[in-house]
Design a protein around this ligand. Structure first.
Ligand code: ADP
Length: 500
């Protein structure tokens, strides 16, 4: 096929992920896997999603239809049966196939419980990866590209090369491996190697072995046709020892095939114009009025004084060192000496739960810490706050700063990864050009975070400048349609390479 017809014909994309909204979610990957496929479809291409059939998928509210088909999936030296249930991604006609095996997926957590991983995670995702390839054959899907995401699907490109090239349904499939977070690589002890069904010759430093352990992401990074990650800055950062988590050498060796595409947000879920979870809908035309209503409602909900003139800072995210809580907690202790309010929403490591509880006790009436997971509160906090703190030590893309921008809530971010690519730091020049959308700082230090906070507080009393700043954020376009166009260009390149 010549390149002109190749680039204009509709593509057939299979997206494999271990979580997707609205079926199962622990983090940003679920938002990507739930929103990118419908955006691909809107651009005239076909997308199909594969997910594990977790217990919580039955509770998503989306009807699941069990299919007659049963697959026999090789796991180690045995065959394990996989069932399939079919659903459709809301707001689209994108089919979702959920791969069932109650032994692996009918559990409370996705990857573990009470902070520890399930001991059979290697086996669970060997099964999932292999079952997807079996299902593609059984369903005759003939994808142009299989888009794999993170370590849970890292073995798909490896299995494709090792076992499935002779199947006509897979003969021409190209592969894309997207890294959502280098810190999670799917590492297991070497005795899990037989479970993969691959020979010991794959337990080699050029393949799956990593410091005497089995590394599933490494397999995908080596064998996938193209690689991507979720922002251009993170794509550069992971090629350095500081951010590469031990795989920077491999990534440097593949740098010609590595791209960075910033995630998008789904305006049906995250836009102040349409959001049904917030006190008042608003847009560019009634930003000040709408935000004031949402702010008062949030102050009541958080038990803080209903004072419009006091800036509300917010932070939402996993209570994990990655998100910069070790900077945020001491900086907040300083910040809360001023006439400000702070609302935190997060759950995770107990030491941060304790630190936030202590901080709240030290600053009564000024800090409300919701130590839980609540989508409703996430929407209300993003809409009702004035400033959003995100001092991440590293951030592949980050979604909450994008939500903040869309809601006219001014982000204060560390200039790393996707945060550097999406927030325009307020300087005298960018403020004059009205391109500024937030405040950024470079060094991961409490002093630098506080310096950025004080720059924001210095601008706060200038209500016209503040309005221009938040309006610029609200009007910036970080929707999925923009990201999906970049993915489609990449899929076209992959398909072209796979077909030649
Ligand atoms: P990551 O994927 O590293 O956790 P992202 O910013 O990419 O970070 O995405 C986090 C997602 O999870 C966002 O949609 C955010 O709103 C949501 N989230 C994180 N913690 C909570 C919480 N405690 N309650 C509700 N939503 C949360």
């Amino acid at each position: 096929m010549d390149s002109a017809s190749q680039s204009s014909r509709p593509l057939n994309i299979v997206l494999a992920a271990s979580e997707a909204v609205p079926f199962a979610k622990t983090g940003g990957l679920a938002d990507v896997a739930g929103a990118l496929p419908p955006a691909i479809e809107r651009l005239g291409h076909q997308a199909t999603v594969f997910l594990p059939l977790y217990r919580e998928a039955w509770r998503s509210g989306v009807p699941l239809k069990p299919l007659e088909i049963k697959l026999q999936v090789p796991v180690g030296s045995t065959l394990v049966e996989a069932t399939l249930a079919q659903a459709t991604l809301p707001g689209s006609t994108v089919p979702v196939y959920l791969i069932g095996q109650s032994r692996y997926f009918d559990r409370d957590g996705l990857y573990g419980r009470h902070g520890s991983d399930y001991p059979d995670n290697c086996e669970r995702f060997v099964f999932f990866s292999r079952a997807i390839l079996e299902a593609i054959v059984a369903l005759k899907l003939r994808p142009d590209v299989i888009h794999c995401n993170d370590w849970q699907t890292g073995l798909i490109p490896v299995y494709l090369k090792a076992f499935y090239r002779s199947h006509p349904e897979l003969a021409q499939a190209g592969t894309l491996m997207t890294i959502h977070n280098m810190a999670f690589q799917g590492m297991f002890w070497h005795w899990d190697m037989p479970v993969t069904g691959l020979g010991w010759d794959y337990f080699d430093w050029t393949k799956l072995e990593f410091h005497d352990r089995l590394n599933l992401l490494k397999g995908g990074l080596g064998d996938s046709d193209f690689l991507s990650t979720v922002s251009p800055t993170y794509a550069r950062e992971i090629q350095t020892p500081e951010f590469g988590c031990g795989l920077d050498g491999l990534l440097r060796s593949r740098s010609d095939d590595l791209r960075g595409i910033v995630n998008g947000i789904d305006p049906a879920i995250w836009s102040p114009q349409l959001d049904r979870l917030i006190a008042h809908n608003y847009g560019a035309g009634n930003l000040a009025e709408g935000k004031a209503v949402c702010k008062a409602s949030l102050q009541r909900r958080a038990g803080l004084a209903e004072r419009p003139e006091v800036p509300i800072f917010a932070a939402i995210g996993r209570l994990d060192p990655q998100k910069g809580w070790d900077l945020l907690v001491p900086a907040a202790d300083e910040l809360l000496k001023e006439d400000v309010q702070l609302i935190v929403l997060g759950e995770g490591q107990p030491r941060f739960h304790d630190a936030l509880d202590r901080l709240a006790a030290r600053h009564p009436g000024k800090l409300r810490a919701f130590l839980e997971f609540s989508n409703l509160l996430a929407h209300q906090i993003i809409a009702g706050s004035d400033l959003f703190l995100m001092p991440s030590l590293y951030e592949p893309c980050g979604l909450t700063q994008l939500y903040s921008l869309a809601y006219g809530t001014v982000p204060i971010v560390r200039a790393t990864g996707g945060l550097a690519d999406t927030v325009v730091n307020a300087t005298p020049e960018t403020l004059a050009e009205t391109t500024a959308t937030g405040f950024a700082f470079r060094d991961p230090s409490v002093a630098d975070l506080l310096e950025a906070i004080h720059r924001a507080l210095a601008l706060w009393p200038d209500s016209e400048a503040w309005h221009r700043l938040r309006l610029a954020g609200l009007q910036s376009d970080w929707t999925w349609d923009r990201s999906a166009r970049s993915y489609v260009r990449l899929y076209q390149e992959i398909a072209q390479r796979a077909h030649t």
